[in-house]
Design a protein around this ligand. Structure first.
Ligand SMILES: NC(=O)c1ccc[n+]([C@@H]2O[C@H](COP(=O)([O-])OP(=O)(O)OC[C@H]3O[C@@H](n4cnc5c(N)ncnc54)[C@H](O)[C@@H]3O)[C@@H](O)[C@H]2O)c1
Length: 349
């Protein structure tokens, strides 16, 4: 099958991982141009993979004028995602963006509308979904391995140092830039949308971020098809991107409480714990996760190619992502206005 032609924008930071490990080695795409406003990043990453000098550009406009392509990937700061999406669609190309889809929900909606009008695919790289433990957890919950799901909790504690990058100064760095992965995972693993969010965001005294890297949040997950529409499941979130001490993994530490036991996902893997009343006769069942052919970014890149080839939206399409980014935005509004926020309302549904 002929390869698709890809322009990658943003080759510093996380984009350098994209180019070195994925876009330059993809079985689905030929990398035909790279773009970065920074000479250091453009040539540092370009030289690292021996990429032709005449295919390195400072702007996407310039790249689009000089090379033929089928698709654009942007791994730039969120404020750049909408302008890059506009350019891609104006030139009849498909578009994949790093998370979060955009800097604001309005821009995210605009990107999804533009893709629809252009008849092109828009995909968000929610790479955390493509992880063997995520797949196993999703399967256990679907099979009701510990009975009916009643509620859940997720902890995330990693003292990130993003000195000099946009996260150091942005508003709500944890909620917007990191928890987007976790909220997307909550939706994916449980199969339920996040319908209502009540959030408290804060800045611990010791924090080195300009804004608030701490978050306590309650999410209410919606009903499955066979359940009454009013059935909502509470799922809470605690996190601090400036927490010195015991760290979680980037996926966080999970407890999903079910009728007959609790399902746990932590650095040791997945386990189901069961017991009787007063904690009598406790048992622990360690659950093995099966192999996964494509993981993380490799999976989202392949899914992007499949969406282009088949014309069917990817699992992490822009339209699907509005529910994840909508939940993040509901958290931001809730934290600012100190009230619960309905996600459907801000999505205009
Ligand atoms: N999926 C993940 O696990 C993951 C991990 C890290 C970052 N990200 C996301 O990737 C995106 C980039 O984050 P980062 O950490 O790499 O940021 P960064 O600031 O470290 O790097 C961004 C790169 O984009 C370049 N750039 C900025 N504006 C540009 C423009 N207009 N045109 C072309 N290049 C431009 C910069 O020069 C830099 O090389 C963000 O949306 C971030 O949330 C995702």
């Amino acid at each position: 099958m002929a390869k698709l032609r890809l322009i990658q924008c943003g080759v510093g930071g996380f984009g350098s991982l994209w180019i070195k490990e994925h876009t330059s080695k993809s079985p689905d795409f030929d990398l035909v141009a790279i773009v970065d406003i920074s000479d250091k990043e453009l040539h540092g990453s370009g030289d690292a993979i021996n990429f032709p000098k005449d295919k390195r550009f400072k702007t996407l406009e310039e790249a689009l004028a000089k090379v033929e392509a089928d698709a654009v990937l942007t791994a730039t700061p969120p404020v750049v995602h909408l302008p890059h999406a506009k350019l891609a669609f104006e030139h009849g190309l498909h578009f994949m963006t790093e998370k979060p889809i955009a800097d604001t929900l309005e821009h995210a909606k605009e990107m999804v509308d533009l893709a629809r009008q252009a008849g092109k695919q828009i995909v968000v790289s929610q790479n955390y979904r493509y992880n063997r433990e995520v797949m196993k957890l999703k399967e256990l919950i679907k099979q009701q391995a510990a009975g009916e799901v009643g509620h859940g909790h997720l902890d995330f504690y990693i003292p990130g140092d993003f000195t000099g990058t946009f996260r150091e100064t942005m508003d709500f760095p944890l909620l917007v830039d990191m928890a987007i992965h976790h909220l997307d995972l909550v939706r994916y693993i449980t199969g339920r949308n996040i319908e209502r969010v009540t959030a408290m965001s804060f800045r611990p005294n010791w924090s080195w971020y300009r804004h608030e890297p701490g978050l306590k949040m309650l999410m209410e997950l919606g009903a499955l098809e066979h359940e009454p529409i009013s059935h909502r499941i509470p799922f809470s979130y605690s996190g601090d991107w400036s927490a010195i001490g015991q760290c979680t993994t980037w996926n966080g530490t999970w407890r999903v409480q079910c009728a007959k036991g609790s399902i746990h996902w932590d650095p040791n893997g997945i386990a189901i714990h069961r017991c009787e009343k007063w904690c009598k006769n406790p048992t622990s069942e360690v659950i093995e996760s099966g192999p996964l052919e494509l993981q993380g970014q490799a999976a989202t890149l392949h899914n992007f190619a499949e969406a282009i080839r088949t014309g069917k939206p990817a699992e992490t399409s822009g339209a699907d992502n509005l529910w994840s980014f909508g939940a993040v935005t509901a958290g931001v509004i809730s934290a600012k206005e100190k009230r619960p926020v309905e996600v459907a309302e801000i999505l205009g549904r």
